[in-house]
Design a protein. Structure first.
Length: 195
């Protein structure tokens, strides 16, 4: 039997490795990306489709459809939601035919609005005044309204200054109502304390 040295064995192994066929590398083509048109849907339509599950033109109504819609409205109302959903709930309220689902939607909107107002109850006068210094008209109006609900004696002087500066009639009227509300709340607290 022939004997091989270690060097000879290594050379044979290296030759075998070199003889192996290398796979041809595929040329990579750049992927063609088709731009899709993004449809911006109204959130009301999204929730309405979620409740109805299909377009009414192609959907055959089941006799229990009103029960299904009622259950879906009920699950939607049980979910935790922010005040941004109030507009959607009001529109769904207008679209729905069922009395029970309308009452559930109305209760949910009132709870969200009341919860939003009560979240400002613990704010200081300074923090409530900052709400009135926002740029958009609706935000300013909302700030004056909230300040009227929960403001204290310090906010009356601020509101009187704003009443003189403000040109918008809607905001002037809101400021007057806020001043009246604050004074009424202060009087109510004095009567409750018995002073």
């Amino acid at each position: 039997m022939p004997t091989f040295s270690l060097e000879q064995v290594m050379r044979k192994i290296m030759k075998k490795k070199g003889k192996r066929k290398r796979k041809k590398e595929k040329k990579t083509r750049p992927k063609i990306v088709h731009k899709r048109k993004i449809e911006h849907r109204d959130p009301i339509d999204y929730y309405w489709d979620l409740i109805r599950e299909a377009d009414e033109d192609y959907f055959i109504l089941h006799p229990n459809n009103s029960l299904n819609v009622r259950q879906k409205v009920q699950t939607l109302c049980k979910q935790s939601a922010s005040t941004q959903l109030v507009y959607v709930l009001e529109r769904l309220y207008q679209r729905s035919d069922d009395v029970i689902s309308r009452s559930m939607l109305a209760k949910k909107t009132v709870m969200l609005q009341r919860g939003y107002l009560e979240s400002h109850k613990e704010y200081s006068d300074r923090a409530l005044i900052r709400l009135t210094e926002r740029e958009k008209l609706f935000d300013k109006w909302e700030g004056f309204y909230i300040l009227g609900c929960f403001g204290g004696e310090k906010s009356i002087s601020y509101l009187e200054e704003q009443l003189e500066k403000e040109n918008n009639q809607l905001l002037k009227q809101t400021i007057k109502r806020s001043i009246h509300k604050i004074k009424a709340n202060i009087q109510k607290k004095i009567e409750e304390r018995g002073f």
